[in-house]
Write a protein of this length. Structure first.
Length: 242
């Protein structure tokens, strides 16, 4: 690992801060933003499930960063910036997904908690959703640990000698990261007890399926060996179904 880290440092622009440092700063800012939106919209701080979600999110994200750094140091650079050669349709979908999975659900759930729009969910359902969220995040971390090309955007990483990855969860489905993202999207409303938040979650899930189709088509057309891999692993998201 030391050789990879040294190579990464040698190739890094000296004018830029460490990708890990930027990732840590982004995580801290995001967690603070998330907490502010949830508690301000809810009008109170004594919201136990919101605190549990924020704490779990912080722990899982920190673990994910450590895993990526230890397994694929150069992936930190890839994920730190928004590459210019990302597909145009993916830029649009990514922006909409940020709105539907972040900018709408958090304040909506907070307002729901304040005004009581949704019926009170049993604590067991909320805790089960918290477990599902943790497992789904773990699936995303597993995918990132298995795939050194685990980018935030859809593109062929020619400068990093992009090849097909078939280890880890990629043995079972071709897009495990999206499986985790969908589970997270549906778990969040149940964790926070907001049935109304399931509406943007459902729309986001549909767009993730669209993104899966478009990304899969791109990989078929542009990544050497992907057609053969798709023949061995026929399912995109759900084994035995699709």
């Amino acid at each position: 690992m030391s050789n990879n880290l040294s190579a990464g440092k040698a190739n890094r622009d000296p004018g830029k801060s460490s990708p890990l440092l930027r990732a840590v700063i982004r995580l801290a800012v995001f967690v603070l933003f998330m907490a502010a939106v949830l508690f301000i919209s809810a009008g109170r701080l004594n919201w136990v499930m919101a605190w549990l979600y924020i704490g779990l999110h912080l722990v899982c994200s920190a673990v994910g960063l450590l895993v990526i750094l230890s397994r694929h140091p150069d992936l930190m650079d890839e994920r730190a910036d928004a590459p210019k050669d990302a597909k145009g349709w993916d830029k649009i979908l990514s922006s909409i997904l940020i709105v539907l999975t972040l900018l709408v659900p958090l304040p909506l759930a907070g307002l729901d908690a304040r005004f009581g729009w949704s019926p009170q969910l049993p604590l067991g359902i909320q805790l089960a959703a918290l477990v599902v969220w943790a497992l789904a995040t773990g699936l995303g971390i597993w995918a990132g640990a298995s795939n050194r090309f685990y980018s935030r955007v859809v593109r062929i990483q020619k400068e990093r000698a992009h090849v097909v990855v078939s280890d880890g969860p990629y043995q079972y489905v071709r897009h495990p990261g999206y499986v985790g993202a969908m589970l997270n999207t549906f778990a969040l409303p149940l964790i926070l007890g907001s049935l109304w938040t399931l509406i943007p979650a459902g729309i986001a899930a549909c767009l993730l399926i669209v993104r899966t189709v478009l990304e899969d088509r791109t990989l078929h057309e542009e990544l050497d060996g992907y057609k053969e891999y798709a023949g061995r692993v026929p399912y995109r998201l759900l084994p035995g179904v699709w």
